[in-house]
Design a binder for this molecule. Structure first.
Ligand SMILES: Cc1ncc(C[n+]2csc(CCOP(=O)(O)OP(=O)(O)O)c2C)c(N)n1
Length: 526
């Protein structure tokens, strides 16, 4: 691709910077305020259209997480940014690096509130962006996009926002200079030495691992550290990425989500070390201590905010990989500990009756999916059975949203599949959850991504019934989802689909959906 020569236009300077940054995928949904970006759209770039801005951000989020680099997003001005806010909130909670740009009306019109005007454009996405700007002049746009990228990729990763008036793209601008900006943090050496000593001396240490582990590429080193100290490892509450190999004998399970239940799981340990997770993310209200009596707490992670509000103990702000390497290298004499027995393999399920149960579906998915496949999940009431029967043993093997905001999973799965064309992505979706972003199937079909979508068709927002019970309600309004046909929906978007009702039909449908080259969907009635 021939590079433009100075003097550059804003567009040429931005394209040049994005190319040098490896950000040649543009996730967007275009409008009149964005069209000038597309003049001479470079042949080495790809524009990935999603059919609503919330999906644009969800797709870019999956793509950025699977590549480990910031993804570039272009939204339509005020209304498009509005649509995107739900998944922007999720990207912020996921700590996903995104450079989000949005169109704005031309500068000379802004004083008269023109059609498509974005008022206080840089305010609109706050507080769920790390940095937000509408540059003062057109010539400032390329440098602002560069700054947005470097901030997005500094720990803690997260989204940034640049509002760009439509006439800026044709204006002259300087190219962005070449720079190298560090992405990782080195924790305080004295505090790490203190932790290394505490680890060596503890009678019964326990680890809690969160999404930061795989985000930092620390999965393998954390496994070695757990083995060195014979420490059981729990996954932190509401963890959104793979944190520890779930078939490993030291894997203790998934922490629940209230004070009392978390403290009960960690009880009896004298040292608790949390890696790459807040202390703690609760969903249910609770009382009593967050940390069991008699335990010392350390937290390691790259998010200074989370360090500041942790429930107690010592917080070390650091990237995990170098910190864990340092702990592994420490040579304090380690107290002898008995080797821990694992939780055992998932139980073998009896094949009785004609219908398909969720547990059985999960165990068949575990058996039939390609070993290197990536799992994206948004199926709330199926999650516990997925965790029991569909273990994840790869660092890049699991993605869900850290926010609890539905509508992220299906577009994120398309983004993961776009980033990983050599592997198959499995999107495990609740029927209700899938409908927040169902038109992601169209993008999957257009790009023929290797994606298998399994819809758990239980006909309701089943998890809300569980919550209704929690609040002492006998029932809940608005949770039934009758009269939906996912086979017709999928085929309407260009994705081949099958419905499975009986056990004996299920394996064949799943095998076919995993063997497809492009996307395929199976609606499993449970
Ligand atoms: C954006 C958003 N809206 C509403 C909710 C509330 N909510 C939580 S779980 C759930 C039901 C999801 O239904 P489904 O995907 O069918 O899964 P199931 O509960 O049946 O397992 C809803 C609506 C939410 N989490 N996010």
């Amino acid at each position: 691709m021939p590079h433009a020569q100075p003097p550059f236009t804003v567009r040429e300077a931005v394209v040049d910077f994005l190319r040098r940054s490896g950000m040649t995928a543009v996730f967007g949904n275009p409008g009149s305020t964005e069209l000038p970006l597309f003049r001479d759209f470079p042949a080495d770039f790809r524009y990935v259209t999603a059919l609503q801005e919330s999906l644009v951000v969800g797709m870019a989020d999956g793509y950025a997480q699977a590549t480990g680099r910031a993804a570039f997003v272009n939204l339509h001005s005020a209304a498009g940014v509005g649509h995107a806010l739900g998944n922007l909130y999720t990207a912020y909670r996921n700590q996903t690096p995104l450079v989000i740009t949005a169109g704005q009306q031309v500068r000379s019109m802004l004083g008269m509130e023109p059609f498509l005007f974005a008022e206080d454009a840089a305010q609109f996405p706050k507080p769920y962006v790390k940095w937000s700007v509408e540059p003062a002049t057109a010539a400032d746009v390329p440098a602002a996009i560069a700054r947005a990228r470097y901030i997005a990729e500094q720990a803690p990763f997260g989204p940034t926002f640049v509002s760009i008036p439509a006439d800026d793209w044709e204006q002259p601008a300087d190219p962005v200079p070449h720079r190298t900006v560090s992405r990782s943090l080195r924790g305080d050496a004295a505090m790490l030495a203190q932790l290394a000593q505490a680890l060596a001396a503890a009678e019964k240490p326990v680890f809690v691992a969160g999404s930061g582990v795989s985000r930092d590429g620390a999965y393998a080193v954390l496994t070695r550290l757990a083995e060195k100290h014979e420490a059981p490892v729990w996954t932190a509450p509401r963890t959104a990425r793979a944190a520890f190999p779930e078939s490993h004998r030291l894997f203790a399970g998934f922490l629940p989500n209230s004070r009392e239940t978390v403290a009960a799981c960690l009880g009896g340990h004298d040292l608790i070390v949390v890696f790459g997770a807040p202390v703690f993310t609760y969903h249910m209200v609770g009382t009593g201590p967050c940390i069991p009596a008699g335990a010392t707490l350390f937290q390691l992670g790259d998010n200074p905010g989370q360090a500041a509000w942790a429930a107690g103990g010592t917080a070390i702000v650091t990237s995990l990989q170098p910190a864990i390497e340092e702990l592994l290298a420490a040579e304090y004499p380690v107290v002898a500990r008995l080797p821990r027995q694992g939780r055992g393999s998932p139980p073998v399920l009896e094949s009785t009756g004609d219908g398909v149960g969720v547990a059985w579906l999960m165990s068949r998915l575990a058996a039939l999916r390609p070993a290197d496949s990536l799992l994206v999940e948004e199926a709330p009431s199926s999650r516990a059975l997925m965790q029991r029967h569909l273990p994840v043993d790869r660092e890049d093997g699991f993605f869900t949203c850290a926010s609890g905001g539905l509508g992220h999973g299906l577009p994120a799965a398309v983004g993961v599949a776009l980033a990983r064309p050599q592997q198959r992505t499995l999107a495990l979706m609740g029927d209700g959850s899938s409908l927040y972003s169902i038109q992601a199937l169209w993008t999957a079909a257009q790009w023929q991504v290797p994606l298998t979508v399994v819809i758990v068709r239980n006909g309701s927002y089943a998890s809300l019934l569980e919550f209704a019970n929690h609040f002492g309600l006998p029932a809940a309004e608005g949770i039934a989802l009758p009269a939906l046909d996912f086979v017709q929906l999928a085929t309407g978007f260009g994705v081949p689909a099958q419905r499975v009702v009986r056990r004996q039909d299920r394996d064949a449908a799943l095998v076919a959906a995993f063997a497809a080259t492009g996307p395929a969907l199976v609606e499993v009635v449970v």
